[in-house]
Write a protein of this length. Structure first.
Ligand code: SF4
Length: 231
């Protein structure tokens, strides 16, 4: 049985894997320190956890007729050695598997892509500015290398960016979106940070100008076949 460190569990959701009824398993630990992170309690890989993977599998068996997928989220799922086995165990139950990730372990991400039914990949910022968000040196390298691997795979995906006005301007979002479009991204979502429960309490309570955001939404809708803005 897979060895996983689990920080949380949502038994049923329709939001985390579009078009699917899924359970979400939040894996404990992340190597980045994104200033807007809304799950800071999942950052510490050594934090005590109370949920066993064996119990999760048991719950999945019991709910098998009500769900069609499991989402591995975090934290950063790719940091856990047991992820591949866990994916295989879920697939053996006839369930689909989705992954929420920032792609920070690129080799493992590339190896797992063929087993995944859907991926949501967080792209933090343009490569040279990624560290401003993650507070980890050279994190843009892995983040964008993962995107390259995703785009040459056949795995369905969403690329998403969480935007906070103190970390990326509306012009910066436009430059980022044009770069993503140039790489061939077809499914893109922009998530506006809500300034609540941010890891970095110094992130100010700024908001994008609503008119500027509306204009941006119009431009981004024209760049991607599938685009969504989430407020
Ligand atoms: S938002 Fe950043 S710090 Fe938080 S879990 Fe995701 S990658 Fe890690």
């Amino acid at each position: 049985m897979a060895a996983l460190r689990i920080g949380g569990l949502t038994p049923l959701t329709t939001l985390d894997y579009p078009g699917h009824l899924a359970s979400v398993v939040f894996l404990q630990g992340c190597a980045w320190r994104c200033r807007y992170c809304h799950n800071p309690e999942l950052m510490d890989a050594g934090a005590p956890t109370e949920i066993d993977w064996a119990d999760v599998l048991h719950m999945l068996h019991e709910r098998r007729e009500f769900i069609d997928a499991v989402v591995f989220s975090g934290g950063e799922p790719l940091l856990q050695n047991g992820l591949e086995d866990a994916i295989a165990e879920v697939k053996a139950m006839g369930l689909k598997v989705a992954l929420h990730t920032s792609g920070m372990v690129v080799k493992r991400f590339a190896q797992l892509l063929p087993q995944l039914d859907w991926v949501a990949l967080d792209i933090k910022h343009l490569p040279a500015q990624t560290d401003l968000v993650t507070q980890v040196e050279d994190s843009g390298h892995a983040n964008w290398a993962a995107l390259t691997r995703l785009l040459v795979s056949e795995t369905p995906y969403e690329v998403r960016t969480t935007a906070h006005p103190q970390l990326i301007s509306a012009d910066g979002i436009m430059r980022l979106a044009l770069t993503l479009q140039g790489m061939g991204v077809e499914n893109y979502a922009l998530q506006i940070s809500h300034n609540q429960r941010c890891f970095d309490p110094k992130l100010s309570n700024l908001h994008y100008d609503p008119l500027e955001l509306k204009e941006l939404e119009g431009k981004l809708s024209g760049l991607f076949p599938h685009f969504e803005i989430r407020h």
